[in-house]
Design a protein around this ligand. Structure first.
Ligand SMILES: C[S@@+](CC[C@H](N)C(=O)[O-])C[C@H]1O[C@@H](n2cnc3c(N)ncnc32)[C@H](O)[C@@H]1O
Length: 282
C-alpha cells in the first residue's frame, strides 16, 4: 500500500521523468480535454490565467496561444523536471506570453489578485489540504475571476485508469484503497465534497458538471503507457525479475477490453468544476 501511496504523491524522479518522456503521447491522449479547458478558459477574454499543476505545459501553452498577444498564461507546478520541459516547449514555439513558476500551489505566495482566471487539467487533486490550497489560489485571483478545472470522477467510472492497478494488485499484495479522499488521482471524485470545500475556501457560484470525453491512443502507445505510468509503472523497475514478468503478463491482458477498431479507446469520466473568486455580488 505504501508503495502505491508514495508513487501517487511524488512528482519528480521517476514519475516526473515518465511524464516528460511520454509528453507527446499524453498530450495526444488528453488533447480533447485540453481543447475543452482552453475553450472554457478564454470565453471571458481573461488577461492573466493561472494553470495549476501545469505539468509539461500543454494546457498553459494552448491557452497562451489563444490569448496572444494581449493575454498571458502562467503554469505553476512542483515538478522541476516537468517545468523544465514546459519551459523548453514555450521557448521552441516562441510563446512569450507563457511562463512557468516552480512551487506548491497550496503554499506559494502569489501576488494578490494578479490573475483573472484559473484553470487546471488534473492538477488539483494532490493537495494535502485542498481547502487551504483553494483559499491560497483564490487570493491570487481578482474578485470575479473564474476557476475551470477538470478532475477525474470515481475509480469505478474510470476502468481504463485503474486497469493496471486492478490487474496487478493481487500479485503485489495491494488491498483496496481505504480513503477515497486522500490526495491522489481520484481525490476529487465526490462532487458534493468538491463544492463544499471550494465554498469553504471562499469561492462561490460553484458548479460541478459531469463530462465523458472519448480519448484514444495507439496500441504501441498503450504498451509504454501501461509500463511507465501509474502506481504499477512506478513500482515495476524495483520488482524482482520473476514477479515483474508475472505483472507484465497480466498488464497486457488488463487492457484488451479497451481495444476497439484497432485503437485503444476509453471515455474519460470527469467533472468540470467551475467557480468564481471573491465575495458573491449583491
Ligand atoms: C496528473 S498531472 C497533470 C499535468 C498537466 N496538468 C496535464 O494535464 O498534462 C498533475 C500535476 O500536478 C502537479 N502537482 C501536484 N501537486 C502539486 C502542488 N501541490 N502544487 C503544484 N502542482 C502540483 C504535478 O507535479 C503534476 O504535474
Amino acid at each position: 500500500m505504501e508503495q502505491r501511496k508514495g508513487s501517487e504523491l511524488a512528482w519528480d524522479g521517476r514519475r516526473g521523468n515518465a511524464w516528460v518522456d511520454l509528453q507527446p503521447m499524453l498530450d495526444r491522449l488528453f488533447f480533447p480535454l485540453e481543447q475543452i479547458l482552453a475553450d472554457a478558459a478564454v470565453t471571458q477574454s481573461p488577461r492573466n490565467v493561472l494553470d495549476v499543476g501545469c505539468g509539461t505545459g500543454a494546457t498553459t501553452l494552448a491557452i497562451a496561444r489563444r490569448l496572444a498577444p494581449l493575454g498571458t498564461c502562467c503554469g505553476v507546478d512542483i515538478s522541476e523536471a516537468m517545468l523544465d520541459h514546459a519551459r523548453h516547449r514555450a521557448m521552441a514555439e516562441s510563446a512569450k506570453n507563457a511562463r512557468f513558476l516552480a512551487g506548491d500551489a497550496q503554499r506559494y505566495r502569489f501576488e494578490t489578485g494578479s490573475f483573472d482566471a484559473v484553470v487546471s487539467r488534473f492538477g488539483v487533486m494532490f493537495f494535502d489540504d485542498p481547502e487551504a490550497a483553494f483559499a491560497n489560489i483564490g487570493n491570487a485571483v481578482a474578485p470575479g475571476g473564474r476557476l475551470t478545472s477538470l478532475v477525474w470522477r470515481s475509480r469505478e467510472e474510470n476502468p481504463f485508469m485503474t486497469a493496471a492497478e486492478r490487474a496487478a494488485a493481487p500479485l503485489l499484495g495491494w488491498g483496496a484503497p481505504v480513503d477515497p479522499h486522500e490526495p491522489g488521482q481520484f481525490a476529487w471524485s465526490d462532487p458534493d465534497r468538491v463544492a463544499r470545500l471550494l465554498r469553504a475556501a471562499g469561492w462561490h457560484s460553484v458548479d460541478v458538471v459531469s463530462l465523458d470525453v472519448r480519448c484514444r491512443m495507439t496500441e504501441a502507445d498503450l504498451h509504454r503507457y501501461a509500463r511507465c505510468l501509474g502506481p504499477v509503472g512506478m513500482i515495476l523497475p524495483s520488482l524482482e525479475s520473476s514477479l515483474r514478468d508475472r505483472v507484465l503478463a497480466v498488464l497486457d491482458a488488463a487492457f484488451v477490453e479497451f481495444l476497439i477498431d484497432g485503437a485503444v479507446q476509453f471515455d474519460a469520466a470527469c467533472w468540470m468544476v467551475s467557480a468564481q473568486a471573491g465575495s458573491r455580488p449583491c
